[in-house]
Design a binder for this molecule. Structure first.
Ligand SMILES: Nc1ncnc2c1ncn2[C@@H]1O[C@H](COP(=O)(O)OP(=O)(O)O)[C@@H](O)[C@H]1O
Ligand SMILES: [Mg+2]
Length: 354
């Protein structure tokens, strides 16, 4: 189903929870709605589903305005965080529920449930009750139940938030495959950027009620268009006083410009270890965090904090130690613009002759 939302607003009393949100979703696409808690993601989903009335704006399915259509006539399947399965029913009965409501025949129901049980890998579990299932299995039942009446749009609101980290990763891959196979237009809400990046074809970043940016995960990562997106995606640091960085002086010509520095664009070494000395600044190691496959290093450059990584095979740094830092590249932005800048001093003053 093709979805279009135009200037959607929702206020709760004085509080403007969803502010002028507009977007379109192509048929069959899987969109991730990503943003911090309280940003308005659930409110947007609930308005799409017809569970909440917009304060203003239009919702169009296939180009037809559905604002006044009751939820049961919108052709939507919903999967929530907290399963919301019927505890007194078996897996079979849970999946069959929506079909019974639609008064389908016993034979039709049996066929559809059997297809879904097969699709979701729940064969053999049909007669179990909810308490006899793991968290991951429960969410697969919830998914099958939502798909049973053949909805045209699937809404998933933080479906894996209550599940263990390892299973959650497996479920992501599983969900992506399932949705691709079924080919249903879907919106997947999460506050976890890894989850959104892994699952979604396209991401919409929602911050404080506003749609900040829509694009593929790579586009958003590569080219954040607002300071909110820049600071939300990735583990970057925002440097307000760019004077402390060497090699980015040209940015000082643009008043109010800040720099977003991603960890992978920072090179660190013991004094003298980095070849491009002219482009390095001195920093103090503030803290080190072991991250399993590498060290995360917090640095202070004139009291400005930067974050980077250091691989395990390199000599271990100590908190308080002085290091040299080379920032290779920065995303710069001000109120009007954003652009990428390479370190202008990155020309080796003493090329190595062989
Ligand atoms: N029924 C409601 N009454 C009052 N405030 C609400 C209601 N629903 C949501 N809100 C407020 O709207 C904001 C957005 O909520 P929500 O859409 O649930 O955000 P998210 O799903 O991104 O965490 C929050 O500040 C929340 O407290
Ligand atoms: Mg929510």
């Amino acid at each position: 189903m093709h979805i279009e939302v135009r200037n959607l607003n929702k206020s709760f009393g004085d509080f403007h929870a969803v502010q002028d949100v507009s977007f379109e979703i192509e048929k069959g696409h899987l969109i991730g709605l990503l943003g911090p808690s309280g940003g308005g993601k659930t409110s947007i989903l609930r308005m799409l589903a017809g569970l909440e009335t917009p304060s203003s704006g239009d919702i169009l399915f296939h180009g037809k305005r559905v604002n006044d259509l009751p939820p049961q006539e919108r052709g939507i399947g919903f999967v929530f965080q907290n399963y919301a399965l019927f505890k007194h029913m078996t897996v079979y009965e849970n999946i069959a529920f929506g079909l019974k409501v639609k008064k389908q025949s016993k034979e039709q129901i049996r066929e559809r449930v059997s297809t879904l049980v097969e699709l979701t890998g729940l064969k053999g579990f049909e007669h179990r009750y909810v308490h006899q299932l793991s968290g991951g299995q429960r969410q697969r039942v919830a998914f099958a139940r939502a798909l049973a009446p053949e909805p045209q749009l699937l809404l998933l609101d933080e479906p894996f938030a209550a599940i263990d980290a390892k299973i959650r990763t497996e479920l992501r891959t599983w969900l992506k495959e399932m949705i691709e196979r079924v080919g249903i237009t879907s919106i997947f809400v999460t506050h976890d950027q890894d989850e959104a990046i892994e699952v979604a074809d396209e991401i919409m970043i929602i911050g404080k009620g506003k749609l900040e940016q829509k694009g593929t995960p790579w586009e958003i990562y590569k080219n954040p268009q607002t300071p909110f997106v820049a600071s939300f995606i990735g583990e970057s640091t925002i440097v307000e006083d760019i004077k402390v960085l060497k090699g980015f002086d040209a940015a000082l010509n643009y008043e109010g410009t800040k720099a977003l520095i991603r960890p992978e664009y920072i090179e660190i070494g013991k004094p003298g270890e980095i070849r491009l000395q002219s482009a390095t600044v001195n920093a103090t190691v503030k803290a080190l965090h072991f991250r399993g496959s590498e060290w995360m290093v917090e640095l202070l450059v004139d009291n400005v904090k930067l974050i980077t990584y250091r691989s395990l095979e390199k000599e271990v740094l100590q908190p308080g130690e002085q290091v040299s830092v080379l920032v290779h590249r920065a995303y710069l932005f001000n109120d009007n613009d954003s652009w990428i800048m390479e370190n202008s001093l990155k020309v080796d003053p003493m090329p190595i002759h062989i």
